[in-house]
Structures are given as structure tokens and as C-alpha cells.
Write a protein that binds this ligand. Sequence first.
Ligand SMILES: [Mg+2]
Length: 199
Amino acid sequence: VGVVLVDQDGVLADFERGLLASFRARYPAGPAIELADRTVFRAREQYGPGWGPKISAIIGSAGFYRGLPVIPGGAAALTQMRQAGHDVFVCTTPDATSPYCAGEKLDWVAEHLGPDWRRRTIITPDKTLIGDQLRPCVLVDDRPDLPGVASPPWTQILFDAPYNRAAPGPRLADWTRWREVIEPALAAQHRPEPARDPR
Ligand SMILES: [Mg+2]
């Protein structure tokens, strides 16, 4: 057993589906990019200089994060992982430019995962600083090339998305398969033996 950190957007909350729905609602004649065609991590970059600022405005608006749909199977998998003995936490980096994002993320967690999960949600600007050096630790995250100042204790498991297909490493295609991906990744991590009581 080990520590399992789980990203929120693109892993538990369907950021891309929510963004596309909001974009179509605001700009019915706009150049919507289908989910399968989203090939770079940041939508505003792929939408380009003309439409990118409109994407940023949608993401920064009140209610956007609160209203994101769920990615199927996430809540059930979190419960199953805890039942299997793992220490499981949501680990998320809010958009620092949005005055709504962090609070709405916690409200989303309470509604879709349950109120208890508010206390199991780590809000951090740098995920490389989070984790356990002594026990196996993984981070399930859809972002390739996660930035950070530290050498992280976790192995990243990429949650599959069209914009991360070129990235190497273990990959989780959907939550029904968590056992066959996360358990081997934890087992493959070698940790120092804990110090023994000399008596
Ligand atoms: Mg994410």
C-alpha cells in the first residue's frame, strides 16, 4: 500500500468537456475544437491569439469550476483505493488568476466525492513538493511535463487525454482499470527500509 495523489481537472473533473460546452454556449458560431482534436495541454494556446483570451475569460468566470461535469468512475475508484488500504488525496493546483477557482474546486469535491473529501484535498502551487519519501507514492495527473522546484517522491501516472499521448510512462486510460495500473506502479517503487527499534 502507499500514497495515491489524484489530480482534479482532467482526472476527476472533466475540464475539457465543461470548457467546450461553455464555449459553444457563448459562441455558437465560434471555432469550437472537438475534444479528440485538443492536442496541446492549454486550450487557450490551441485556440490561438484571436480566441484564446475568450477561453481564458470563460475559465476565469464565476461558476466555471463549480459546474464541471465528472469523469466517470473517479469517485468509485477513490473509495476502492482507500478500501484497499492506500492513503488517497486529491492534489490540485488552482488557477491563481481566478478569484473563484480554489473555493469552487473544494465545493466541487464536496458535491461529487462527498463532504469528507474536502479534508483530503491538497491545494498546492507545486505538486513536486507533495508526497511521501518513505512509502510508495504515485500522482495520477493528465498534465505532461509537470513543473516544480523539487525532485518529486511520486511516480506520475498519466491520465489519458488527447493532448498527452506523446508523453512516456505509465498511463491510466479510464478509472475502471486503476488496479492494473496503480498497484504495479506502487509496487515498483523501492523505498528504504524503515529504521528498526534497536531494543
Ligand atoms: Mg489536470
